[in-house]
Design a binder for this molecule. Structure first.
Ligand SMILES: *[C@@H]1O[C@H](CO)[C@@H](O)[C@H](O)[C@H]1NC(C)=O
Ligand SMILES: *[C@@H]1O[C@H](CO)[C@@H](O)[C@H](O)[C@H]1NC(C)=O
Ligand SMILES: *[C@@H]1O[C@H](CO)[C@@H](O)[C@H](O)[C@H]1NC(C)=O
Ligand SMILES: *[C@@H]1O[C@H](CO)[C@@H](O)[C@H](O)[C@H]1NC(C)=O
Ligand SMILES: *[C@@H]1O[C@H](CO)[C@@H](O)[C@H](O)[C@H]1NC(C)=O
Ligand SMILES: *[C@@H]1O[C@H](CO)[C@@H](O)[C@H](O)[C@H]1NC(C)=O
Length: 362
């Protein structure tokens, strides 16, 4: 009798440990340990289930990439791509963490197709998908972001996520900017970029190649001059000193899903996910109108979208090219009506509630 109770107890224990092991294998994880692999088809999921990392093919392409998307949002856009320029073309793919802290993508024959460079080494490197959407390589048990070996927030694709530093670090030479995808089928960097320029006073620019499309700023201590307010749900700051200049937003309510994107037309948009309608709301679009087009009215010109034409000249200035001006070509801007003469009582005139001019040459 006593023996059979023991047997049953033993059997139950066995069953329990078996069930536990099934459970353990099916629990989503946000970590890949050294030597472990993430196969195409499996994903990493951040601790509270907001973000997911896995393999995908963009658009009609058959190439495979490692990318990040929202887990909670149906048909989420891809927010970040690991191997933007080096797709994997073979059928079986794995992402692996190898010592001393490198990420590698392997093909069918276990050849390295893509690898990350690391300047620092770790004893026990792990890959973790943080709840902020930052994919980091770090020393296991070291959560200090200063010590991360690698982080996706230092290498943004076409999407800015709250918590990332957007800007420039002279120590590392890392310039964190957004660059557009070549096309919907190819995530390689395209011509359009969005970046922070600390020259003069910090401003943010959207450029297509060398041509400036749009300018935000300069930063006036509270926000980017001329740019719409970020809204009460975000805290935004600009850090600047000799070695670094970067802009950063943090969601005050961490449950808010929000992103800033750059599209192929050079349009920047802030999106917020609304749970109860299960849809995105566009909070801000830049450029908002023609007045946001860089240099639309030329030097010493003014732009007020409520006027027709929108372009005018500063007080006591006249169009430089009156013929062109009449025909709707305002790009030559304005010149002084009379030469500047400080002895004869010329003074400063005050303008309020306007966007500051380009401070690049200040
Ligand atoms: C894997 O990559 C190696 C090196 O690039 C290449 O020689 C090999 O053919 C690839 N294997 C497959 C199955 O694509
Ligand atoms: C790693 O460094 C090599 C040589 O400097 C470079 O060619 C390669 O593109 C780098 N890889 C990545 C993923 O940055
Ligand atoms: C700039 O890089 C240095 C060296 O990696 C780092 O310690 C510092 O935190 C970075 N600054 C910012 C603002 O990311
Ligand atoms: C520059 O600012 C960054 C971020 O605020 C700070 O970590 C760093 O120590 C500063 N560097 C100098 C030289 O002041
Ligand atoms: C920044 O650099 C300039 C010139 O190198 C130096 O004069 C100044 O003291 C530095 N400021 C800080 C905060 O390090
Ligand atoms: C970029 O976004 C703007 C505003 O939504 C839209 O009008 C434009 O067509 C978009 N461009 C592309 C290439 O999708």
């Amino acid at each position: 009798m006593e023996k059979s109770i023991k047997d049953i107890a033993f059997f139950l224990l066995l069953l329990l440990s078996f069930l536990l092991s099934i459970l353990k294998n099916s629990i989503a994880t946000d970590i890949i340990n050294t030597g472990e692999i993430l196969r195409d088809g499996s994903t990493l999921i951040s601790s509270r289930g907001t973000f997911e990392l896995g393999f995908f093919s963009p658009g009609i392409s058959k190439n495979r990439y490692v990318g990040l998307w929202y887990k909670k949002v149906p048909n989420s856009a891809v927010l970040w791509v690991l191997n933007r320029q080096i797709p994997i073309r073979s059928t079986s793919r794995h992402l692996k963490v190898i010592e001393p802290g490198q990420l590698v993508l392997l093909n069918d024959t276990d050849n390295v197709v893509w690898s990350s460079n690391t300047s620092r080494i770790a004893q026990i490197p792990i890959l973790q998908l943080l709840e902020t959407g930052n994919l980091v390589v770090k020393e296991a048990n070291d959560d200090n972001s200063e010590n991360f070996l690698r982080q996706s927030f230092n290498d943004l694709t076409d999407t800015y996520l709250p918590g990332a530093n957007f800007g420039w670090n002279s120590t590392t030479g890392v310039d964190i900017s957004l660059s557009l995808l070549t096309s919907n089928d190819d995530p390689a960097p395209g011509e359009v970029t969005f970046f922070l320029d600390p020259t003069g006073y910090p401003q943010a620019f959207v450029k297509r190649g060398a041509v400036t499309i749009c300018r935000m700023g300069p930063w006036n201590g509270l926000g980017f001059s001329g740019a719409p307010k970020v809204g009460p749900t975000f805290r935004h700051r600009l850090f600047i000193n000799n070695s670094t200049a970067y802009y950063r937003e943090d969601s005050i309510d961490k449950s808010i899903i929000s992103r800033v994107t750059l599209n192929q037309s050079g349009v920047i948009q802030r999106w917020v996910w609304v749970d109860h309608t299960r849809g995105w709301v566009v909070y801000v679009t830049l450029p908002t109108d023609n007045c946001d087009t860089y240099n639309f009215c030329g030097a010493y010109g003014t732009c007020y979208i409520g006027n027709s034409p929108a372009c005018g000249c500063l007080r006591r200035f006249v169009p430089r090219d009156p013929q062109g001006w009449i025909k709707g070509d305002w790009s030559n801007g304005c010149i002084r009506r009379t030469l500047l003469n400080c002895q004869k009582g010329d003074v400063f005139l005050k303008y309020s509630i306007i966007k500051f001019p380009d401070s690049f040459h200040v």
